[in-house]
Design a protein around this ligand. Structure first.
Ligand code: CP
Length: 329
């Protein structure tokens, strides 16, 4: 199946305000408490940065002299590289800590590591950690002293991923009010699903989840969403389908019968996408398990798959977050 919709350059989004000032929020921890004004500000600024990058003119002076430390206690390719590029495009000095050879290995706590970096002159910490709530805790402890950006905490939140997913969707559909978005797969272990749900609901999207019963929480956690056990029901007439990575590293044994059975029932392929709207677009936060949650053919179908666009949009989106929180109101 070939979808033919072209990107609407999404110059404006009717459901998003375009305020000229940032709220003054110092940390970027979750999408739960973001206001529509804040979302609008970040999306508009990300668009400006994307245009600057396209024109070969990254705005190097915006955060000139500020120092950012990337602390990734968990593995990452997309998030870590795009934060590094985003920081450099804004003129920041970037420290990439190699956690495998840092003093964390000698038992140093998250808080002591952060205080050490503060003493070294760091202004922003971008942190990924397996512990849910760890970024929020750090932001509370070091509230006025550092800016904390959550690059993923356990199964809780991945707010910059959700922001770049929203940015990418808005390039294809400028108003998400009433748009049907199917988020499918391992919802239980997905911080991406949680952050996207909170953000997309604020814009009035109609969210449907599907996955094996053991991997889809109850709708109590996702008020307003529709839960399905059959992939086909979630995808029916969907505008966007977001396939989630099967997170075997976070799962207890026995939640799914087998990878083969999971793929048979929940893999997003061209056959199941026939049920969606004709111009459906497929997203995946990456890294993908090819042939498990998404077929090779869909992942590599440039008419349908937005996966590479999501990765590319991670840079201007993260520039927008860093610039907003560091420059304040
Ligand atoms: N989407 C995402 O967080 O990818 P990485 O783990 O590669 O950063």
């Amino acid at each position: 199946m070939k979808a033919t919709a072209r990107s609407q350059s999404a110059k404006s989004s009717p459901s998003l305000p375009n305020p000229s000032n940032w709220s003054g929020r110092r940390h970027f921890i979750d999408t739960k408490d973001l206001t529509l004004e804040e979302i609008g500000y970040l999306i508009h600024l990300a668009r400006k940065y994307k245009n600057d990058l396209k024109a070969g003119k990254p705005p190097h002076s915006v955060l000139d002299g500020k120092v950012v430390a990337n602390l990734f206690y968990e593995n990452s390719t997309r998030t870590r590289c795009s934060f590094e590029l985003a920081s450099k495009h804004l003129g920041m000095v970037v420290l990439n800590l190699d956690m495998a050879v840092s003093s964390v290995k000698k038992g140093e706590t998250i808080e002591d590591t952060a205080r050490t970096l503060l003493a070294l002159g760091v202004h922003v910490i971008v942190q990924r950690h397996s512990l849910s709530g760890s970024a929020d805790r750090l932001a509370q402890i070091l509230h006025e002293e550092l800016h904390i950006v959550n690059a993923g905490d356990g199964t809780n939140a991945h707010p910059t991923q959700a922001l770049l997913d929203l940015f990418t969707m808005l390039e294809y559909k400028s108003d998400l009010k009433g748009a049907k978005i199917a988020i499918v797969g391992d919802v239980t272990h997905s911080r991406v699903a949680r952050s996207n749900f909170c953000l997309l609901r604020k814009l009035g999207a109609d969210i449907h989840f599907a996955g094996p019963p053991a991997l889809v929480p109850s709708d109590i956690e996702f008020p307003g969403a529709t839960m399905h056990s059959a992939l086909e029901d979630a995808i029916e007439q969907a505008d966007f389908v977001m396939a989630l990575r099967l997170q075997l590293e976070r799962q207890q044994a026995g939640l799914i019968p087998s990878i083969e059975e999971y793929a048979r029932l929940y893999r997003v392929d061209h056959k199941v996408l026939k049920r969606a709207k004709p111009h459906v677009k497929v997203l995946h936060p990456g890294p993908i398990n090819r042939g498990v949650e998404i077929s090779d053919e869909v992942a590599d179908d440039s008419d349908i798959s937005l996966i590479e666009k999501q990765v590319a949009n991670g840079v201007p989106t993260r520039m927008s977050v860093l610039s907003a929180i560091c420059r304040g109101a």
